[in-house]
Design a protein around this ligand. Structure first.
Ligand code: NDP
Ligand code: 2IT
Length: 460
């Protein structure tokens, strides 16, 4: 006899109400959950066993959250206190694989949204990786190397209790780059008395993988190239808008330039530059020096290259003028909710052909709906930026084997993975009656893989 569906189990509106009632301030987390729930409704309708096993009720609740105090001494000898988090969302298909974010805006909502997205993204990579996220409201901007080191060391004195090569493997995200990963790894090694691959994005001399630094940006462009190919288009000669100027933006721009596209914008949290002649290889090398070594502001680009114009952020505007420039393709690569409804209309009115998300959840739900409603191509973050975590997974493989692959081998594997994700998303979108909708395809593919594992493993 078929069991009755328990009341409230797997009912989407009740689940949304529950998570909102439990944590009313977690706006970003609610947004991320809502987006997935909308996509997977037909999957639940066709698979009553998912509702019976209350997979939705379980998947929206992190397996574990740890919040902790990080006291540290600044260069003046004053004591500062920040808050740290470790959000372990799902270990259904593998150990948690988490990005770490250091930014003043970090709170539990932001990390739960990132961890939730990571679960489905990691499932798409074809690798056995669960999902999590971690970080702190510490702001690395303006801090000396010594201050950053002391903060990272104190952060790790708690985090090392929760991470490990078979438990939770961490890497960078906003504000956590090679410098921070170095300091974090040094302290992890000291505390655990082990040299293991519990961190990815490591330096190339001490266990890192070639192409990891480039992976999210390159992967995003590989995914976009696959999307364009479905319309017999390529990047050669196409104008592209890129936001951000950090890891993902730099390598998105780098691959676009290599493929003959013309990148005309870059930004940071203070403003953006418009370079009508295009950011070429030499100018991009300057951006890397400026942002990664000198830790300067993108405004300096316009001082160095007078053909470019700098515009400071205007908080009175409900749109970002960066997205008002006419271009064929747009790559939001900075942060969440950076493309508003108005930005979406500006892009559409300029006849944008493709929007591909390098950042996590960069488009507001209103903007996403506008893109999905049009015949243009829209590449959702879970699929499009999965190259970063995919190469983290490949770094873990190399660490386990205690050898390093050549860059070409890693890059080829990345291309194959991005191609496969593209293919799987299209197939799932088609199978569930929304052909060409990559957002539905990505959510459904990731969801089915994770919930099938949950069913196999029982109620845990
Ligand atoms: P970085 O710290 O290297 O760069 C972040 C960039 O975004 C900087 O230019 C920064 O400007 C800008 N930025 C940050 N916060 C804001 C804000 N609130 N408003 C406007 N601009 C902002 O981070 P990443 O490049 O690694 O990450 C960028 C995005 O890509 C994030 O959404 C991240 O989650 C996602 N991602 C990262 C991956 C990785 O492997 N690193 C993999 C997949 C996705 P400023 O210098 O002023 O702070
Ligand atoms: O958002 C992301 O996918 C990341 N920040 C990278 C995660 C990882 O484990 O490489």
């Amino acid at each position: 006899m078929r069991k009755q569906v328990p009341k409230g189990k797997g009912n989407m509106s009740e689940i949304l109400e529950t998570i909102k009632a439990r944590d009313p301030h977690e706006r970003e987390f609610h947004q991320a959950v809502m987006e997935v729930l909308e996509s997977v409704k037909p999957v639940l309708d066709q698979n009553p066993q998912y509702r019976q096993a209350a997979v939705l009720d379980r998947i929206v609740e992190p397996e574990r959250i740890v919040s902790f105090r990080i006291p540290w001494l600044d260069d003046e000898g004053s004591v500062n206190v920040n808050r740290g988090f470790c959000v372990e969302m799902s270990s259904a298909i593998g150990p948690y694989k988490s990005g770490l974010r250091f930014h003043p805006s970090v709170n539990q909502s932001i990390l739960k949204f990132l961890a939730f997205e990571q679960v489905f993204k990691n499932a798409l990579t074809t690798l056995p990786l669960g999902g999590g996220a971690g970080g702190s409201d510490f702001d690395p901007k303006g801090k000396s190397d010594d201050e950053t080191m002391r903060f990272c060391q104190n952060f790790m004195t708690e985090l090392y209790l929760h991470i490990g090569v078979n438990t939770d493997i961490i890497t960078g995200d906003i504000g956590v780059g090679p410098r921070e990963i170095g300091y974090l790894f040094g302290m992890f090694k000291k505390l655990s008395n082990e040299f293991t691959g519990a961190l990815t994005g490591k330096g190339l001399n001490w266990g890192g993988s070639l192409i990891r630094a480039q992976a999210a940006g390159y992967g995003c462009v590989y995914f976009a190239a696959e999307m364009l190919a479905t319309r017999n288009m390529a990047f050669e000669g196409q104008k592209c808008l890129v936001s951000g100027s950090g890891n993902v933006a730099q390598h998105t721009a780098e691959k676009l330039i290599e493929l003959g596209a013309k990148v005309i914008t870059l930004s940071d949290s203070s403003g953006y530059i418009h370079d009508p002649e295009g950011v070429d290889k030499d100018k991009l090398a300057y951006v890397k020096l400026l942002k990664n070594i000198r830790r300067g502001r993108i405004q300096e680009y316009a001082d160095k290259y007078p053909g470019a114009v700098y515009m400071a952020v205007d908080h009175n505007l409900d749109y970002n003028p960066l997205w008002s420039h006419r271009a064929a393709c747009a790559f939001p690569c900075a942060t969440q909710n950076e493309v508003s409804e108005k930005d979406a209309y500006n892009l559409i009115n300029n006849n944008i052909k493709l929007v591909c998300e390098g950042a996590n959840m960069p488009c507001t739900p209103e903007a996403t709906d506008i893109f999905l409603d049009k015949p243009m191509l829209y590449g959702p973050a879970k699929a499009a930026n999965a190259g970063g975590v995919a190469v983290s997974g490949l770094e873990m493989v190399q660490n386990s084997m205690r050898l390093n692959w050549l860059g070409e081998e890693v890059d080829n594997r990345l291309k194959i993975i991005m191609k496969q994700i593209h293919h799987t998303c299209l197939d799932a979108a088609e199978a569930y009656g929304t052909p060409g909708n990559y957002a539905n395809g990505a959510n459904i593919t990731g969801f089915v893989k994770v919930v099938e594992a949950m069913l196999d493993q029982g109620v845990v």
